[in-house]
Ligand binder design. Structure first.
Ligand code: PRP
Ligand code: GUN
Ligand code: MG
Length: 184
């Protein structure tokens, strides 16, 4: 699916497939250099992080394992409820592990600040975050993020894992929706 297939739903493409790919390659090189062959546990946050996990992990040369957590604070709308729920927990014991959380977006920061606290309490050697997108102007809580793909304006974005009412996750780019789609 490309921007044309989306027709009137799409307002604009914010980040193209090529821009995302180039930035993920740079981030993977940084991660490889920082972890220098250490065993890393990538923790993907379902469902939004699926694309980032798939593409970023395939660019890494460090030995990695993957596990997944499902948390949700958005429901079907465009605003965080602020209440984070665990829908699926990790299967991996984090004791002594170097954990790298992989996310699609940090918006209010509520999901990640809660998740970092939760994972730190499980006795890992380290917990860091890699996110493709961050909205600095939307932050409600500060989150210490080691790897950021792009800082973006405080607009609701879809594609590359990000949904609106479970639609648009499969778009290979990140875009904004036309106001009529979400009643804006
Ligand atoms: O910084 P915040 O304001 O907390 O927002 C970021 C979170 O919101 C989205 O997940 P969502 O809860 O919509 O679930 P999903 O990944 O299944 O779409 C996104 O994938 C992040 O996990
Ligand atoms: N689809 C989508 N989900 C989000 N969750 C937090 N911020 C966003 C956003 O801008 N778009
Ligand atoms: Mg969502």
């Amino acid at each position: 699916m490309d921007a044309e297939d989306m027709g009137a739903d799409l307002e604009k493409v914010l980040l193209s497939q090529e821009q995302i790919d180039t930035r993920l390659t740079e981030m993977a090189a940084e991660i490889d250099a920082d972890y220098a062959g250490r065993d890393v546990l990538l923790v993907g946050v379902l469902r939004g992080a699926v694309m980032v996990m798939a593409d970023l992990s395939r660019k890494l040369h460090s030995p990695v394992q993957m596990d997944w957590m499902a948390v949700s604070s958005y429901g079907s709308g465009t605003k965080s409820s602020g209440v984070v729920r665990i829908l699926k927990d990790l299967d991996t014991d984090l004791t002594g592990r170097d954990v790298l959380i992989v996310e699609d977006i940090i918006d209010s920061g509520l999901t990640l600040s809660w998740l970092v606290g939760n994972l730190r309490s499980r006795g890992p050697a380290s917990v860091e975050i890699a996110t493709l997108l961050r909205k600095p102007e939307a932050a409600k809580v500060a989150v210490d993020v080691r790897y950021v793909g792009f800082d973006i304006p405080p607009e609701f974005v879809v594609g590359y894992g990000l949904d609106y009412g479970e639609q648009y996750r499969h778009l290979p780019f990140v875009g904004t929706l036309a106001p009529h789609v979400y009643g804006g």
